[in-house]
Design a protein around this ligand. Structure first.
Ligand code: ZN
Length: 279
């Protein structure tokens, strides 16, 4: 931005200020400039940001999300480094800054199929998002295991690889490939999915402390997960799932206006559906 531009006063101004659930912890060095107040200014999307979303390729590889977050929340210098627990907060804040805090959505009662239009106040969503407690370690014999959140880069890479392998598993049975080759390809895809799962668990481990060493190298941790006791593996996996659930948005509790049936509906913030409905 050119500080001498006489039109500067007409540029967009911060619409809201937000606190990060992570409080800025677990950001790689240089990826976040935390203001002294601890509150980050959030700007509305520009026309260019809106166009960025409508590029399906950019959405799929996560680049659109990164670009728009960096544009609307300039204190975030590298969107790929954002810890996963902060992503929802940032997206909700950008939506509030751009389109206001009310979000309309349709809901269908699972009991009587009655459809109704609802409005969600996104400020209550912001207030309800909590950061998981990563300070609690897992003790196992003489070993201690420390956890950390996935970065947006980890999250996006894993989702993309899972998606590609699952697509392969779906199309392969009907393809013209000879059966013997199908089996090889299927088992390769299944093995790949297992590998991705293990490596995303490894990426969630900050360090393993033994009486002899403090290990934080991703490669060593990955190998350890592939070779450790099944019971220990399951405990690590369950703890990581528990941490993930803590940061997820709670489903909305709704009551049908027609038959009073009470039910829950989850809201998703994936870029395509979350922002498309606003325009
Ligand atoms: Zn109903």
């Amino acid at each position: 931005m050119n500080p001498n531009n006489p039109l500067k006063q007409y540029f967009r101004q911060p619409a809201i200020y937000i606190k990060l659930p992570s409080q800025g912890n677990n950001y790689p060095a240089g990826s976040l400039t935390m203001p002294p107040t601890g509150e980050l200014p959030v700007y509305a999307m520009t026309a260019i940001d809106e166009i960025t979303y409508r590029t399906p390729d950019a959405l799929y590889n996560g680049q659109a999300t990164v670009n728009v977050i960096q544009s609307c929340i300039p204190d975030i210098k590298d969107g790929w480094g954002i810890p996963s627990a902060d992503i929802d907060t940032l997206l909700v804040a950008i939506r509030i800054a751009s389109y206001g805090h009310d979000m309309d959505f349709n809901s269908q009662c699972p009991a009587c199929n009655h459809e109704s239009e609802r409005t969600l106040d996104l400020r209550t969503v912001l207030d309800s998002i909590k950061a998981p407690d990563y300070t609690k370690n897992l003790a196992w014999g003489d070993m201690e295991i420390y956890f950390k959140p996935l970065s947006y880069k980890n999250l996006n890479d894993n989702n993309q690889m899972q998606f590609e392998n699952q697509k392969l598993l779906q199309i392969l049975p009907d393809s013209a490939v000879p059966d013997s080759e199908k089996m090889t390809a299927l088992s390769a895809a299944l093995r790949k999915i297992t590998d991705i799962t293990v490596s995303s668990l490894a990426q969630s481990i900050a360090a393993v402390k033994t009486p002899q060493a403090l290990v934080s190298e991703a490669g060593f941790i990955d190998e350890f997960l592939k070779n450790c006791d099944r019971e220990l593996f399951n405990q690590i996996r369950d703890r990581i799932i528990e941490l993930k659930v803590q940061s997820e948005m709670q489903p909305l509790k709704l009551a049908c206006t027609e038959c009073n049936h009470e039910y829950e509906q989850s809201i998703t913030l994936d870029m395509a559906s979350f922002f498309e409905s606003a325009s």
